[in-house]
Design a protein around this ligand. Sequence first.
Ligand SMILES: Cc1cc2nc3c(=O)[nH]c(=O)nc-3n(C[C@H](O)[C@H](O)[C@H](O)COP(=O)(O)O)c2cc1C
Length: 316
Amino acid sequence: MRVQVAGIDLVNPVLAASGTFGYGIEFEEIVSLDRIGGFVTKGLSREPMAGNRAPRLIETSAGMINAIGLQNIGVDAFIEKKLPALRRYNHCAVIANVFGYTEKDYLAVIERLNAAEGIAAYELNASCPNTQHGGMVFGSDPDLLNDLVWRCKQVATRPLIVKLSPNVTSIAVMARCAENAGADAVSLVNTFVSLSIDIETRRPRIRNITGGLSGPAIRPVAVRMVWEAARAVTIPVLGMGGITTPEDAVEFLLAGATAVQVGTASYADPRAVERIAHGLEHWCSRHHVAKVTDLTGKLDTAAPKEETPPEPAQGS
Ligand SMILES: Cc1cc2nc3c(=O)[nH]c(=O)nc-3n(C[C@H](O)[C@H](O)[C@H](O)COP(=O)(O)O)c2cc1C
């Protein structure tokens, strides 16, 4: 079940996604942290952030919409209060998700993390749809993304994973842009900008008006985007978007992901990441897949052999 992503060794390819697994340590009583590939922290900013006002999270029929607004304790508190306890878990990769309003903010967070022990890699959030200034602005403009990734790569002493926004016209262009600027891997997808309206009050259900849609509702779109991104780059792809079962994870691997992240599923089942990691191992042994890496990019798009060519069209 071992995989290598961006030079990091993972005991298995299933990680918890940013923003849905706190700072990891809060889950130690519920999840055997050493049995999951790793987790990505909530986005860390230079200073603590309170996030947006409520209501900022609602359930939809096949997922949820959130506009948390990157509430977090700040990079220094993470290093002082959360990281030391995490060092007990040698097999669980800790990936720090980095966020800023400006390029300078991103660099400052990375510099502080560089000085701390016990982090495997950085995931650059260039794709949050829920803040006014940062995040998605970088993730939807190739020039800005290029500049941000290049600068962060100069400063980072650890592998850099760039998290891409799905709210773009061409994910392949953005993935290639991240690779050319020096990214060691890309992860996708973040949430989709969405709007839900209470028709009785005629008001948006989320205070921020729009929020990010996640969960099973986005899965087929996310799988398609992972497939497109994986074909566009040579660096590894971490895939996510609505993964709830081991079979969902297999879909992302076949589409081209080397590892996957599980987000919204942890809200319904806090043990989801461990359950999916365990289930994936069983799935592989039932299907005689010797190494999980054998699944990556193995989507077969050839036409089935028995398929007969369509009749030539009559007339024009
Ligand atoms: C409540 C919530 C908070 C999130 N916070 C972050 C964040 O801080 N940084 C980030 O890069 N992604 C964040 N995300 C996005 C997830 O990491 C993930 O990309 C997205 O939800 C799609 O995966 P899923 O459908 O499995 O949840 C958040 C998602 C949710 C639902």
